[in-house]
Design a protein around this ligand. Structure first.
Ligand code: PEP
Ligand code: MG
Length: 314
């Protein structure tokens, strides 16, 4: 009895009306997997692979990458694990991959752009992932960061499939990708919205720069309108639209994002309990009403206030 009570909060993510919203973990190392499982993560929505590459003089080989990916996948048998291809550049420079002389690296050759310039690094990573997948029981999905449009999506998805990845998608971090979501989803199996970069690029405010930190607010209705466009495109295509930026760990905003069409939420494991509890307090119809209130607001602050008044009325 006591045990059952203690594990009660670790139910799958669910709205008040029974709609399932899988709650996934953002992880930066296989070492964090056990703690995420303990906190009720239903899988991994963003596995950042930069740890393998940082502080290295060159990219690790296929065998050593494969060992790390296997360690991760073995912690989630039967569960979805979304791994992101190396996201170097901007706030994560790498001497063998990115150009440190770029004046404006957030707008430079980062993410997929950098990998495409050094395709051998991307090929090795995808090969290591496919080999790890073949020897484990998790449901591996792989996505590319910093993708701008359909042409880049097709490049990544085709290469991933050629190298043995079964489910390949892209992050929505650049506004152009959100605006072209219907086209992108003709190729990608899924999209995952990186609200940190999507906010940075929508508001044109460097997320590393303290002087413009006030712009880095995913409640801004301009960001939410792009999320709505992605959500509608995902629904039309019958494909998943996840959230893996920090916005998913704000419990009320998480409900709004579901109302905008997000199908999964991925966050730092410490945030899972509060988001799980908040979802249980709202039906999908209420979430949609909250989303509409936010979309109609003129600012982030007004969106917060509008959502608060709608949700207290429901
Ligand atoms: C994001 O941009 O929202 C994201 C999840 O990626 P990162 O924070 O690693 O840039
Ligand atoms: Mg990002």
């Amino acid at each position: 009895e006591r045990l059952a009570a203690a594990s009660a909060p670790l139910t799958p993510g669910t709205l008040k009306d029974g709609t399932l919203v899988p709650l996934l973990a953002n992880l930066g190392s296989p070492k964090d997997a056990a703690a995420a499982v303990e906190l009720g993560a239903e899988g991994v929505g963003l596995f950042r692979t930069e740890f393998l590459f940082l502080d290295a003089p060159y990219a690790p080989d296929v065998a050593s990458q494969k060992a790390s990916y296997k360690e991760l996948l073995e912690a989630f048998p039967g569960k979805k694990v979304v791994v992101r291809a190396l996201d170097a550049g901007a706030d994560k420079p790498l001497p063998f991959l990115t150009d440190k002389n770029e004046e404006n690296p957030a707008l430079g050759r980062r993410g997929l752009r950098a990998l495409r310039h050094h395709e051998e690094i991307l090929r090795d990573q995808l090969t290591a992932l496919a080999q790890a997948d073949a020897e484990t029981e998790a449901d591996l999905w792989v996505m590319a960061p910093m993708v701008a449009d359909l042409e880049e999506t097709v490049y990544f998805v085709d290469l991933a499939r050629e190298l043995g990845i079964r489910t390949a998608g892209v992050m929505a971090e650049v506004p152009s990708l959100a605006l072209m979501a219907d086209q992108v989803l003709t190729s990608a199996d899924f999209v995952s919205i990186g609200t940190n970069d999507l906010t940075q690029y929508t508001l044109a405010a460097d997320r590393m720069l303290g002087t413009v930190a006030a712009y880095q607010d995913p409640w801004h209705p301009a960001v939410l309108r792009l999320v709505a466009q992605l959500g509608a495109a995902g629904k039309a295509a019958g494909k998943g639209v996840g959230i893996c930026g920090e916005a998913a760990s704000d419990p009320i905003l998480a409900v709004v994002l579901v109302g905008l069409g997000a199908t999964t939420l991925s966050m730092t494991p410490a945030a899972l309990a509060d988001v799980r509890a908040e979802l249980l307090g709202h039906t999908l119809d209420e979430a949609r009403a909250m989303a509409q209130a936010a979309l109609a607001a003129p600012s982030a602050a007004a969106a917060r206030a509008a959502v608060a008044s709608v949700s207290s009325a429901s």
